[in-house]
Structures are given as structure tokens and as C-alpha cells.
Design a protein around this ligand. Structure first.
Ligand code: 5GP
Ligand code: MN
Length: 336
């Protein structure tokens, strides 16, 4: 059974072999929390390796020491050995082990002490020895900040840590606009500013760092691949493999596209499906009291948060879009 994170604090002072792992296709919060924790633990003389189950978006490459992160798909044998030898495995920004894809079985088989730090609903508590799961938190980055402060090491927070943790808090709060951007989030950012964090370059690295093709792709999708279903206050986008190829779209280029749907007046529910090689990947976003976490769980083998979730399908893009439209009928009332 998972013990509280405070019970783990005494172990921090003994230098150990530490692995930090996050979910596949890590986003700003996954990468930021992992690297933020990395820059903290190395100061306590731990031997630390960050492992990502897959590649990640190029716009995260600038982050301090992102170049030391191992991509499991590229360094499978090295990663397996490091996981097998680890004393501690920190699992960040995911609730269930299968979010680490093919890494899950190696985490399961390792004798390491496993620690969860995450803000998604319904954590797989049986898989972890220690941990904290708090859906009220803006981001795993904010939780890593709390972890450092609560364990008595606030003085070790340096610019690298602040930079990493700012990044994921910024991306997971929609640049501090979602309700999750609480007083404690702003107090944390104020602390980062007080030690010298420069926030403007972080926004530029993340949001002003794309190729021309991505902008033209967005224009194409908005014009040709969007439907507004006013009866349900819902808007959808669907992207075929050929669209991705035509504009040479890379990991991360489609992130945030779904949010455009919610900029239409009156739209409460936005959904996008993208044809990935092995599956059709859904992203769901809502405004107000429509619960897309439950929607994703019930209909698309997914989950996430109340207002932001994801799911998947083995059907074709057209088939899964048809299914979505069928399902939507039962939510007409809920979406008024
Ligand atoms: P995104 O749409 O940005 O990929 O994901 C939105 C949120 O839903 C993220 O917090 C992400 O962790 C979660 N999420 C996305 N896809 C899945 C999924 O297939 N299963 C679960 N449980 N959560 C998901
Ligand atoms: Mn997160």
C-alpha cells in the first residue's frame, strides 16, 4: 500500500541510485517535473537518470539537461539495466503504470522503492511504495516544488530547478489561466522570481519555436478538418495521416490545437482525433461543468482531468468520429 510522501523524506539524505520516469510523449509538465527533481536530487549526491518512454517535442530540448534524458526506445538495454539496478524510482505526472508504455513491465519487475508524484485521478496506488496524488494541484511541477520545500530543502532551489518547474506549471495551467492556477501557484512563481528566474524566455522557447509548416498545418486543419456541432455546443477536429505527412508534422506540433475549439463563443466541449501510427488518439477539453475525464474513461479507454483528458481508438478516423457523434447525443442536456 502506498505510504505518504513524508515517510519517504528521511531516505533523501542517503546518496542512492535514482531513476525518474514519466509518461510516454512527455509534455512540459512531465519533462519539467522530471528535470526539476533531477536538479534537486543531484545536489544531494544521488546518482540520477531521467528516462522517457518515448521521444518528446523539440520545443522541450532547451530545458536544462534535457540532453541527458534517455529515450527508452533508443537506449532500451541501457535503460533496462539502470531500472533494474535502481534503489528508488520516481514516477512523475502519470497515475497508472501503463502510461509509461513498454517501460511499465520493467518498473513492475524492479525491486526499487517506487514513489509516485502526480495530479491525475484514480492513481494505481498498489504499484507504489510511497507517494502523493492530488488532483487539486495545478501540475506535477508544483508538487515537486512542494516536495522540495516540505522535505526541508527549499534553499537548494536554484535557477535550473525554477526554470524546469515554471515550464510545466505554465503549460499545465494554460499560462496561468485555468482555475488550477491558485494562490499557491502564484506564491511559488513569486519565489522563483525572487531568486532570479527570467520567465519571458521560457514562454518564447515553448510557444514561439515552431517551423512555418506547423502554422500552415493549423490553417489547413481549421479550414478543412473542423466541424462545429452547435446543437451540442461541441466542436471537433480530425486529422488524417496524410495531413501530418503533407505538412511534415512532428511530435508536439499538434499540442494545443484542441484549445482553438473552445475559443468559439458558446462552445463547451472540444475534441480532436489524430491518426497516430498505432492508434487514433483523442484529446478532449471542456469549459465549466462538463466532465471530460469521465467521458474519456467511459467511451475511449482514456482519462485525465475534469476539463482536459485523452483517449484512444483502434478504429479508423472516420469510424471513431462517427462513434463520437453517436455518443454525443446522450450528452445533449449536459452540454446546454
Ligand atoms: P492531452 O490531450 O494533452 O494528450 O492529454 C490531456 C490530459 O489527459 C493529460 O493530463 C493526460 O495525462 C491525460 N491523458 C491523455 N491521454 C490519456 C489516456 O489515454 N489515458 C489516460 N488515463 N489519460 C490520458
Ligand atoms: Mn501534468
Amino acid at each position: 500500500m502506498m505510504q505518504s510522501i513524508e515517510q519517504f523524506f528521511p531516505k533523501l539524505s542517503t546518496p542512492s541510485k535514482v531513476v525518474i520516469v514519466t509518461h510516454q510523449k512527455p509534455d512540459g509538465d512531465a519533462m519539467g517535473s522530471s528535470l526539476g527533481l533531477y536538479h534537486f536530487l543531484i545536489q544531494l549526491s544521488h546518482q540520477v537518470t531521467v528516462i522517457s518512454p518515448t521521444n518528446w517535442a523539440n520545443f522541450l530540448d532547451w530545458m536544462p539537461t534535457a540532453n541527458s534524458v534517455l529515450n527508452f526506445e533508443q537506449k532500451e538495454n541501457v535503460c533496462k539495466q539502470i531500472i533494474a539496478d535502481a534503489d528508488f524510482i520516481f514516477c512523475l505526472d502519470f497515475n497508472v503504470l501503463h502510461r509509461t508504455k513498454h517501460v511499465a513491465v520493467h518498473i513492475e519487475n524492479s525491486n526499487a522503492i517506487k514513489i509516485l508524484i502526480d495530479h491525475h485521478q484514480e492513481p494505481q496506488v498498489s504499484a507504489f511504495n510511497y507517494g502523493i496524488s492530488n488532483t487539486a494541484k495545478s501540475s506535477t511541477c508544483e508538487m515537486v516544488y512542494d516536495f522540495i520545500v516540505d522535505s526541508g530543502y527549499q534553499h537548494l532551489i536554484n535557477i535550473d530547478i525554477a526554470t524546469c518547474l515554471y515550464t510545466g506549471t505554465m503549460t499545465d495551467t494554460g499560462s496561468f489561466r485555468f482555475p488550477s492556477a491558485t494562490a499557491s501557484v502564484h506564491a511559488m512563481i513569486a519565489y522563483f522570481k525572487s531568486i532570479g528566474l527570467q520567465h519571458t524566455p521560457i514562454h518564447e522557447h515553448i510557444y514561439d519555436n515552431f517551423l512555418e509548416g506547423r502554422l500552415r498545418f493549423i490553417g489547413f486543419v481549421l479550414t478543412n478538418r473542423m466541424e462545429v456541432l452547435y446543437q451540442y455546443n461541441t466542436a471537433i477536429m480530425y486529422v488524417y495521416k496524410q495531413d501530418l505527412q503533407r505538412y511534415d508534422i512532428k511530435t508536439g506540433d499538434t499540442e494545443g490545437l484542441v484549445n482553438y475549439l473552445l475559443t468559439i463563443e458558446g462552445i463547451k466541449f472540444g475534441a480532436i482525433v489524430i491518426d497516430r501510427n498505432e492508434e487514433r488518439k483523442w484529446s478532449f477539453r471542456s469549459k465549466g461543468n462538463f466532465d471530460v475525464n469521465t467521458f474519456a474513461r467511459l467511451h475511449f479507454e482514456g482519462g485525465g482531468h475534469f476539463n482536459a483528458s485523452g483517449g484512444r481508438s483502434d478504429e479508423s478516423v472516420d469510424e471513431t468520429v462517427q462513434k463520437f457523434k453517436q455518443i454525443l447525443k446522450q450528452y445533449e442536456q449536459a452540454l446546454q
